[in-house]
Design a protein around this ligand. Sequence first.
Ligand SMILES: Cc1ncc(COP(=O)(O)O)c(C=O)c1O
Length: 393
Amino acid sequence: MNIGKVSNRVEGVSPFYVMDIMARAKALEETGRQIVHMEVGEPDFSTPKPILEAAKAFLDIGNVHYTKAQGLPALRDKIAEYYRQEYNVTVSAERIFITPGASGALTVALASLLDEGDEVLTADPGYPCNSNLIRLFGAKAKAVGVGEAEGFQLTGERILQSWGGSTRGVMIASPSNPTGTMVDREQLSDIVTAVHEQDGFLISDEIYHGLVYQQRAISALEITDDVFVLNSFSKFFGMTGWRIGWLIVPEYAVSAATRLMQNLYIAAPTHSQYAALAAFNDDTRKILLQRRDEFEQRRDALYDGLKALGFVMEDKPQGAFYIYADCSAFTDDGYAFALELLDKGGVATTPGKDFGQNQPEKYLRFAYTTTMESIELGLERIKAFLKSYKKGD
Ligand SMILES: Cc1ncc(COP(=O)(O)O)c(C=O)c1O
């Protein structure tokens, strides 16, 4: 009898440990405590006004039907134009799919590529959903431990060393969640060369592009057309709740991605697609660039503050809104430390345990998705907490 039993595949899907932290933070807030939230992986800014106005104008007409599975042609054209302007690459709109967030893009990319028993190389620490999604398609993530010395990113060399008989491809993310670190053009070229040498696929998660400070993020499309690139309106564009992103596939996968979009989603949310048409306007861009500058100031304040308190970060992260800080000077158990920092210090963070098996107990992820005042208050609280905290407590 299988009544009451969920699939073995789902049994192996890991939970987000940060949910424990969030639930605990909420419980503390209900008792009247005020918590500084540095665990949240989404911008605190609201959706830019021009995008809201475009959505309202569309909703006023009330004609909210499905779009084509690939998405609105006008939005796909805008994204193609964005790639011309931002990256100086030509991508035909036929290769662009509008998806329910980067999450939908990841699902379509992995479903297009994986067969039972395949293996995919992923960086550890990395975005936790990747290995769970890979698992849902009957394949397996092979986590490759990456450390501070290599900027927490895979390299061509590590890829070739780790490639096994069942390996089919590689997933990278630059800037990375949880580390905010990036690959430069040379590293990215090496990665592409290594993957192609093995006749494998490359999935490049570029969701944090736009939130990059003092430099330019390189798209894998600048190096090759034989890549699956995903991005989203969630982060730089401030549209997490609208559930809209995009996937660019190589020519050979256009038919597969079309059929998967039809079957998995029918289409991405229509009102979100109409809203996103305003995401590339000049007035929206002005707002987004101001926000990016604000994120940069927050990063600098948090980085300097954490360093002064004794957290170790080799380099300042170049993008996203995260700092992955080594807290081993204070604790051998980052998860217990995160819980205690919340309980006694009133600061919520994400434990390294959420991002893999590679020495997670040494790390905490701090998100600067909160105001400068709140970051300053958080740093003061951490300082006070550390005074009374003893290793092994
Ligand atoms: C690296 C990375 N990829 C993909 C996603 C999924 O984002 P969304 O589905 O909101 O676009 C996230 C969300 O935090 C992420 O950090």
